[in-house]
Design a protein around this ligand. Sequence first.
Ligand SMILES: CCCCC/C=C\C/C=C\CCCCCCCC(=O)SCCNC(=O)CCNC(=O)[C@H](O)C(C)(C)COP(=O)(O)OP(=O)(O)OC[C@H]1O[C@@H](n2cnc3c(N)ncnc32)[C@H](O)[C@@H]1OP(=O)(O)O
Ligand SMILES: CCCCCCCC/C=C\CCCCCCCC(=O)OC[C@@H](O)COP(=O)(O)O
Length: 273
Amino acid sequence: MELSVAQWLLVVCLVAFPLLYEWSVSFKYFCKMAFYNGWILTLAILAIPICAVRGRNVENMKVLQFMLLHIKYLYGIKIEVRGWENFNIKEPYVVVSNHQSSLDLLGMMEILPSRCVPIAKRELMYAGTAGLACWLAGVIFINRKKTDDAISVMTEAADTMLKEDVRVWVFPEGTRNHSGSLLPFKRGAFHLAVQAQVPVIPVVMSSYKDFYCKKEKKFTTGKCTVRILPGVHTKGLSSDDVPELADRVRDMMIEAFTQISSERPGKGPGVMH
Ligand SMILES: CCCCC/C=C\C/C=C\CCCCCCCC(=O)SCCNC(=O)CCNC(=O)[C@H](O)C(C)(C)COP(=O)(O)OP(=O)(O)OC[C@H]1O[C@@H](n2cnc3c(N)ncnc32)[C@H](O)[C@@H]1OP(=O)(O)O
Ligand SMILES: CCCCCCCC/C=C\CCCCCCCC(=O)OC[C@@H](O)COP(=O)(O)O
């Protein structure tokens, strides 16, 4: 039996792909990241018509959460959550969490409280089907290049939180950070909490360095601990108190990050790329 060029190519690919996948850490990393993004874009195609029935609505975040929860199993990432009781607050609040990678989506979906929407950079709105799904779920988009615009969107969010009983999730580092600690915090999340006079609830995800490293192109299975810290109240605070509030919350988060990232002997937070 003679094989055509196309058939030969297919055979070579079918043999080469699994070999490369097993032998090359970098190839495995690229495949896993490509599948991660591709799978989310595909799931969004399913989510869009379901969400569109309600229009742009924070309740749609439940649909996205439900559809994204299985991804940790596909990647063999075990997520342990501690401090659930700190979310037992009926009023709105601002969640602040550290931001290591787009994989944070997994930890976020594991614990996302009801009626809680993230604040995201505006570029995400243009990420094809995922952007549209985020928009339908009420994600608040800000233009990081225009501080005044971003501040006015966040000021409006303070109003919405109270009027519509909505919680907001902010990554106060403002960008992904692979350094093994936390970047200085932007203050928008804390202004938001003070303006709405609602608590700030810090959430800390442990270092991914054991299973994920962008610079080394490493992506294996692993475990992440997510810790929900006790809420920090803002009643009676004014904008003058924001710098101190932000510093206090960051100190709490660094302490928790160091602790949960170093629980096993020889496993400090280190430097992650
Ligand atoms: C099933 C299919 C599913 C498909 C969908 C897939 C996924 C779905 C679901 C959900 C996913 C969404 C996940 C999204 C994650 C995205 C994460 C991100 O995008 S992170 C990046 C964006 N986020 C942020 O930047 C938030 C933090 N930033 C801030 O808070 C900033 O402060 C800022 C408001 C943006 C302004 O930043 P800038 O750098 O321009 O300036 P400064 O921070 O230096 O602030 C200047 C000055 O202004 C004061 N300030 C800030 N905010 C306010 C305010 N609200 N009111 C008054 N004043 C404010 C600040 O204090 C500074 O003054 P001073 O220096 O005197 O203190
Ligand atoms: C038609 C266009 C198609 C575009 C395809 C884009 C691929 C996007 C695919 C899937 C989206 C996955 C959603 C992941 C959500 C996490 C977003 C994220 O982590 O954003 C990073 C942002 O916090 C900070 O950005 P920077 O670190 O400053 O940079």
